[in-house]
Design a binder for this molecule. Structure first.
Ligand code: SF4
Length: 165
């Protein structure tokens, strides 16, 4: 897998202070995409063990407490990214189980293959669907267009969401 950017301290992509990884590779070609440079699978930098270990270290860093990890792109659920993303998430779940995982994808929840579902089973919140310019709305939270949906999948994500009222 390749990635475009890793932000070790991020307060924009998801709730709280987070680590955010923008992976390379997207086949959706949404009109008005904010991140076209990430479309080619081999663009950006090679995702190595070194950067994976860095993410785990940052999530565990108590000097700047992170609430969790955000994965965006590009598309973390692009079929070519699934093995690497799954390995990363398995390690996060094992090493930092209290950190929540948010993932943005252009596929809808209903479209996911069994391999993609295996990755989604490791996350807390999925924001799904292509960006549709005609439905774009800057007032939406965590999503760019109204067709996209924020799915609170894990029990703790649902619990947190319910307690927000
Ligand atoms: S899914 Fe996201 S990265 Fe991919 S084309 Fe659409 S807006 Fe761009």
């Amino acid at each position: 897998m390749h990635y475009h950017q890793y932000i070790p301290v991020d307060i924009v992509n998801g709730p709280g202070t987070r680590c955010t990884l923008f992976v390379s590779g997207c086949e959706h070609q949404c009109r008005g995409c904010y991140n076209k440079a990430t479309w080619p699978l081999k663009s950006g930098h090679l995702f190595t063990e070194v950067i994976k270990d860095q993410i785990i270290r940052d999530l565990l860093d108590t000097r700047i407490p992170r609430r969790g990890l955000s994965l965006s792109g590009g598309d973390p659920l692009h079929p070519a990214n699934l093995d690497s993303v799954k390995k990363l998430l398995q390690e996060v779940v094992l090493s930092a189980p209290d950190k929540d995982i948010w993932l943005w994808t252009g596929y809808t929840l209903e479209q996911l293959s069994s391999e993609q579902q295996e990755v989604v089973a490791l996350i807390d919140v999925l924001i799904d669907g292509k960006f549709i310019q005609a439905e774009a709305d800057p007032n939406l939270v965590w999503r760019g267009s109204a067709n996209q949906c924020v799915h609170f999948l894990s029990e703790r994500a649902q619990h947190r969401q319910e307690n927000r009222g």
